[in-house]
Every structure is written in C-alpha cells, then in structure tokens.
Design a binder for this molecule. Structure first.
Ligand code: FDA
Length: 496
C-alpha cells in the first residue's frame, strides 16, 4: 500500500467517531481523527478546563460574541451576556426554524451533554431503527455500549435523602400523585464521585452546576472512556481545530481537504490527505451538511437522493412549572438529571425532571420532554448563499407541546399549579425553539446501506446520529453508540 495513504480517516470525535476509531485501531488499522473543536485538555486561568454554567465565558460558546443560553430569561429578564469570540465548547447552531445545540471538541456531544444514558424500551425499538434486528442490539450492542460508556445508577437511598435531588423528589411526588409511571434514569456521571462531592471530600462538579459548558470532574465523557482506550492503542492520531471541508474520489481512496482553524475560528492552513476509508462522524448536522454539500457541488455526485432527508429533533420541548411554597425544589440542585416521567405509551412523552441550578430557591420544576412527532425536515444546498439550509418549522413543535401537555396539564390540575412563563422570554411557556438531540439526515438503509456504507462510494461510511431517522424515543447517545458498535463490527469483518 501507498505509505502516503491514511488507512482510515474519521471526521469527528463524538460517539460514532470514537467507536469507529477504537474498533478499527484494535483491528490493527491506523486511524486519523479530525475534529473541528478544541482538545479540551488544558486548564484556563482559573485552573479549570471548563466554565461553570452560571458563569459562562469565552470557553462556553462556539464562535459567538454573546451567550445563547437555552433558558434565555429568568423572572422575565434576559440573562445572556457578552463573551469574547472563541472556539468554545457549545455550539448553538441556528437554522431558520430551530437552534440546534451541539458539542464542539475532542469528545463531541459528550463534553456538554447531561450524561443521561438511556436504552429505549425494547417494545419501542421498531420506531427507532426499523431495519435493525432488535435481538442483536439488546443481546450484544446495547450491553456493549453501556459497559464501555460506564453507565451507572444513582443509589436509591442517597437519592431519597440528599439535598441535591430535592427537586427530583418533588418531580417524583407530583408524577406519582397524578398516576404517571416514573423511572430512575441511568447516567454516565460517576455517582460515587457525586456522593463524595456532597460529603465535601473532593472538588465539586455536578453539585456546583457544571454541565452545559463542560464538566471538570465527575462525568465520564468520551475522553475518559472510548477515547482513553483509543489513545492507549497507539494507532490513532487526533487533530483538534481541524475541519473537513471536502472529500473527493482519488487514486487509493479519497482526497480529503482539511482546514486548520485558530481559536477565532479562522482558517490558518489548508491541508490535503488521501484516505482509503473515510468515516463521517461529524454528528447529525455536521455529517448531513457535508454530504448535502458534497453531492450538490459535484464532489460526490452519485450520493443518492436520500442524503439530507429524515432529520428530526427527537421531539424536544422544555417547560417549567411554578410550585406552591410548601413544595420548594431546593437551592442546591445537582446538574445531572436522574428521574424521568414515562407517559410514552399513553401520551407520546418522556419527560426528564431537569435541574434549574440557579443557586437560589425558585419553587420551580423544570422539564425536558422527548416526544413522539411525525415531523421530519430536509437539509438542502443553498448555492446562492454557499451554505446548507434546513426546512424545519417552529410551528411543527405544536405536536410536541401537546404531547408534553398530557403530563403537565394533568399535574398542574392535580396540584393546583401553573406553568412558568418567565424562562424562555416574556410570557412564553414553551421552550420550542431548540433541540439538544439532532438525529437523521443520512438514514440507515436509505442514504446508506443497512450498515452505514454510502451507496455508490466504496470506502465511505456514515457512523453517527445522522443514521437514525429522527427519534430515539429517549435520550440518544446510548443508541448512537450501540448502532456504531454494530456497524463497525460488520464493516471490519467484511470490508478490511
Ligand atoms: P457528536 O455531535 O457527538 O460529534 C460530532 C463531532 O464532529 C463534534 O465534536 C463536531 O465538532 C465534529 N465535527 C462536525 N463537523 C466537522 C467537520 N466538518 N470536520 C471536523 N469535525 C467536525 N444525549 C443523551 O443521550 N443524554 C443526554 O443527557 C444528552 N444531553 C444533551 C445536552 C446537550 C446540551 C446537548 C447539546 C446534547 C445532549 N445529548 C444528550 C445529545 C448527545 O450529546 C448527542 O446525541 C451525541 O453527542 C451525538 O453523537 P454523534 O456521534 O452523532 O455526534
């Protein structure tokens, strides 16, 4: 083989990319990972790698001069503030009808996410990945993903007594009183560490609200799991602050064009490499944008017409409720949610009792709901503007709001309470302008074959959340990881 040809190039270092890199390296393949975000391995002036949720700074946002916090208001007042433009960890990427939050850096979404690690109920799996055999997922790949990700459960006795989960106990009580089933949500936060935080024996992390802009201690991000194993193989190089902008067929595989970025987001060098195999793992939005552009601009014209289609928001919608004075939710709130209200079967909604870690008593209950919605959007190339558009419409969220209401209207009526109207603007109940869970755009068995091989281009693969047709019925990263494990095993067995 040509020494100048990289055997495998992986675009992105989130869940799909990390799984692909680890399994390829373990199979003896040298891998080059390309990541547009930063490495996040060096502390800032305050001695911490990541900023706290309550004090965002330049590290917090991807190329913005003002924060764009999911909860934009408090008591009706806007809380966003000016920050220096920087290649920060959380991207609030704006399309016409929706803001899509994503992680940027080595570790992808695992750097910023809530760590909720949920395997869908098997009875719902047919709605998630209809062309995948559930026996192999529930027998092999979900267990493998859960083990590698370090998924663990809160100790129920600690949940019942710690101040940090008073907000979740109030959420549980209200669910019970309205006869909704509730579940403890497994997470990748190290629960032993959190108990030590509460005991005051280790530096605090979840218990001082670290989450959205990175977590400095207790959360097992991909840096501590898959990517630590990736490094141990000695076969993988990772290039942070490098963004893939083009992929074209070439002798020996594909010529990949990569821009090196400075921390202002500006390209400072352009590099070209040839790779025998290229894995698109840039996340649902990142992979979809690349593929749609490459098809439309003639780099990969034979990609099929399914590319860019089937994108969904996992039905995300947020809301808050105002509790009575006798139901305080606590000034101390762990940033890691661990209680869910399951009304999927009856109402199409699975709601997480989320923290509102303001440091003061708010008497508020806050929820992120995942809902059942038929709406799917499409990415298209906008030649005039030289960018990719998404045709999602904000009004489509009404389906999700109605599903969430099957839970919260009932709870409000039972408790004699009302919705908060001050968290997303002035008199606005629903956080319906955003998603944390982008899925789809290169759907399995449509844009690709049933294992992520891109049709018409041997050696090109999709291996991230863009394979999943718009919903995982629960939080997505365990399913993204398990699907990647399934697909890469097949690819290694048959394509190497
Ligand atoms: P992922 O987005 O993780 O990784 C893609 C990587 O590719 C990124 O690092 C990106 O910078 C990089 N990239 C993109 N384009 C590139 C290019 N052209 N060149 C080079 N690199 C490029 N899920 C869950 O299950 N439980 C939870 O609690 C939460 N909570 C949550 C909170 C918040 C605030 C967010 C934003 C998200 C969540 N999620 C979540 C969602 C979860 O994080 C998400 O589904 C996964 O990270 C998606 O994994 P992927 O591998 O698809 O891409």
């Amino acid at each position: 083989a040509d020494a100048a040809v990289i055997p495998a190039l992986v675009i992105g270092t989130g869940y799909g990319g990390s799984v692909a890199a680890l399994r390829l390296a373990q199979a003896g393949v040298d891998v080059h990972m390309v990541e547009m975000g930063m490495a996040w391995d060096t502390p800032g002036a305050d001695g911490k790698i990541f900023a706290n949720t309550t004090t965002p700074d330049q590290r917090s946002f991807w190329l913005r001069t003002k924060t764009k916090q999911p909860l934009s208001n408090f008591l009706g007042f806007p809380i966003d503030k000016a920050i220096p433009r920087y290649t920060g960890v959380l991207d609030a990427e704006e399309f016409a009808g929706i803001t899509v939050y994503q992680g940027r850096g080595v570790g992808g979404g695992s750097l910023v996410n809530g760590g909720m690690a949920v395997t869908p109920k098997r009875e719902n799996f047919g709605d998630v990945l209809p062309t995948v055999n559930p026996d192999e997922m529930y027998g092999t790949y979900y267990p493998r993903a859960n083990a590698e990700l370090g998924v663990n459960m809160i100790r129920p006795a600690w949940f019942d007594t710690t101040d940090a989960y008073q907000y979740a106990r109030v959420g549980r009580k209200h669910a019970q009183r309205s006869n909704f089933p509730y579940v403890f949500v497994p997470t990748v936060y190290d629960w032993n560490y959190m108990e030590q935080e509460a005991a005051g024996t280790v530096p605090k992390s979840a218990l001082v609200g670290e989450i959205l802009y990175g977590n400095n201690y207790g959360k097992k991000s991909l840096q501590k799991t898959y990517l630590s194993k990736v490094r141990a193989t000695g076969r993988v190089t990772i290039s942070p602050l490098h963004r893939v902008v083009n992929v074209v067929p070439a002798t020996g595989g594909y010529k990949v064009t990569i821009e090196q970025l400075n921390t202002n987001g500006d390209p400072i060098a352009v590099k070209e490499v040839t790779a025998a195999k290229v894995f698109f793992a840039a996340g649902s939005v990142g992979t979809s944008k690349l593929l749609v552009k490459l098809k439309a601009t003639g780099a990969l014209p034979n990609l099929n017409g399914e590319v860019g289609k089937g994108w969904g928001d996992n039905g995300n919608v947020m809301c808050g409720r105002a509790n009575h004075m006798w139901d305080p939710t606590g000034a101390l709130q762990s940033s890691i949610p661990t209680l869910g209200i399951d009304n999927w079967a009856a109402g199409g909604a699975f709601a997480e009792v989320a923290p509102l870690p303001t440091g003061i008593e708010t008497y508020a209950s806050f929820y992120l709901s995942i809902t059942k919605t038929p709406n799917r959007a499409q990415f298209t190339w906008n030649a005039a503007a030289g960018k990719v558009d998404l045709n999602w419409q904000t009004a489509w969220k009404s389906v999700s709001i109605n599903a969430a209401k099957t839970i919260f209207d009932k709870i409000n009526s039972k408790e004699g309470t009302i919705y908060r109207t001050d968290l997303f603007g002035v008199y606005k109940i629903w956080g319906d302008h955003l998603t944390y869970h982008p899925l789809g755009g290169a759907i399995l068995n449509r844009a690709t074959d049933n294992y992520g091989r891109l049709q018409g281009y041997p050696g090109l693969y999709v291996i991230d959340g863009s394979l999943i047709p718009g919903s995982t019925v629960v939080n997505p990263f365990v399913t993204i990881t398990a699907l990647a494990e399934r697909n890469i095993e097949k690819i290694i067995a048959t394509d190497l």
